[in-house]
Design a protein around this ligand. Structure first.
Ligand SMILES: *Cc1c(COP(=O)(O)O)cnc(C)c1O
Length: 369
């Protein structure tokens, strides 16, 4: 049996008529840049998150980068980032000229270890970027308390957490700026690149609308040095159609995760995902931990199962961050998790039959069969 990691075509087929009609209408209007549909989607998605404003951008990376800039982060500042995340979380800080300071993660939730944040705070620290990794919120109450004590800003990396919640609050809405990616495979994905920052702060919102559009206030009046980072109207049309299905699709992911959990729970050598209390985990990624990971994942591939690794290397050991001078052993939990993690196939439309097949093959391999 062949098991793909994700299944975007199935999602498209479910909303085909709406998407096709929306595109046809858009082509006849041809308002490709910052059309009304962008504003409509910004309203719909920020409202979905429980935030007042949304600014549609060209990617999640730029959402983080411009989110940092909108808070005044730049040269001379330090920003705290977990050592285990997608590298764009750190790049966004680097692009501003600020310095990345890594902190280890919690072994169970794989989000930033709140007990280790304060040791990394210095006079230069300006902000913390918690990442709601795999679709589960970081420990926000504790992070908000630390930020208050040290007068720090918080930038949420919610690129994997569309619709995830922490004590009833939506990921992205609990801080100064919440940053989303609409990369196609994310829980809410465009038909290409896209991103958004959500915020409750009108000044930050206004600054972001200028930052993404050449620093414009009027057509040829440029008040700040801005960028070209707009969400395409076409993507806004697609995303508007998909947003209506997001909660249902997240629920389907959760049901798939429960089935994996029940099939794998008796196998001691497989550590299934930890779900913290009071957090609605939306399973962007369903990741298990095993020993001999590289052998296991290669063997799964040979059986037709397209499992992946998010992520095989912690950021402090990436060549791109050599200049920061970190070494092996600095963040032992991030290093251990990176060496043991496997992302099993996960998507809303993944069939029960395929989940059972994946679980069986994985258990057989672990038992040496
Ligand atoms: C996907 C992702 C990003 C970057 O988003 P892009 O839209 O690909 O630029 C940033 N952080 C995390 C945690 C992500 O998963």
């Amino acid at each position: 049996m062949k098991v793909e990691f994700t299944n975007l075509k199935q999602q498209y087929l479910e909303i085909k008529s709406e998407v096709d009609a929306g595109l046809k209408k858009l082509f006849s209007k041809s308002n490709f840049i910052l059309g009304k549909e962008v504003k409509d989607f910004e309203k719909a998605f920020s409202h979905y998150c429980g935030s007042k404003f949304g600014v549609g951008l060209n990617s999640g990376t730029d959402a983080l980068f411009l989110g940092c800039l909108s808070l005044g982060i730049g040269q001379g500042d330090e920003v705290i980032v977990p050592a285990f995340t997608f590298i764009a979380t750190a790049f966004a800080v680097t692009y501003t000229g600020a310095k990345v300071v890594f902190v280890d993660i919690d072994e169970k939730t794989k989000t930033i270890d709140v007990k280790k944040i304060e040791k990394a705070v210095t006079k230069k620290t300006k902000a913390i970027i918690p990442v709601h990794l795999y679709g589960q919120s970081a420990d926000m109450d504790e992070i908000i308390a630390i930020a208050k004590r040290h007068k720090l800003k918080i930038i949420e990396d919610a690129a994997q957490a569309h619709g995830a919640q922490y004590k009833g609050r939506s990921c992205g809405s609990m801080s100064d700026v919440g940053c989303f990616s609409f990369y196609p495979t994310k829980n809410l994905g465009a038909f290409g690149d896209g991103g958004m920052v959500v915020t409750d702060n009108k000044k930050i919102y206004e600054k972001l609308t200028m930052l993404r559009d050449c620093g414009r206030l009027g057509r040829y009046k440029h008040t700040i040095k801005g960028y070209n980072s707009r969400l395409d109207t076409m993507q806004a049309v697609m995303l508007t159609a998909k947003l209506k299905h997001l909660d249902k699709w997240n629920k389907m992911r959760q049901e798939n995760a429960s089935l994996y959990n029940s099939l794998l729970k008796d196998e001691e050598k497989i550590i299934t995902p930890f779900q913290a209390e009071n957090r609605n985990h939306i399973f962007h990624i369903y990741a298990v931990r095993v020993k001999k990971r590289d052998f296991i994942i290669e063997s799964m591939l040979k059986k037709g199962i397209n499992a992946l690794i998010h992520y095989p290397f912690p950021l402090h050991l990436q060549e791109a961050y050599q200049e920061l001078g970190y070494k092996k052993g600095d963040f032992p939990i991030a290093e251990k998790v990176a060496s043991e993690i496997i992302s099993l196939p996960m998507s809303p439309h993944l069939s029960k039959e395929k989940i059972k097949f994946v679980a069986k093959i994985l258990k057989d391999l672990i038992d040496g069969r």
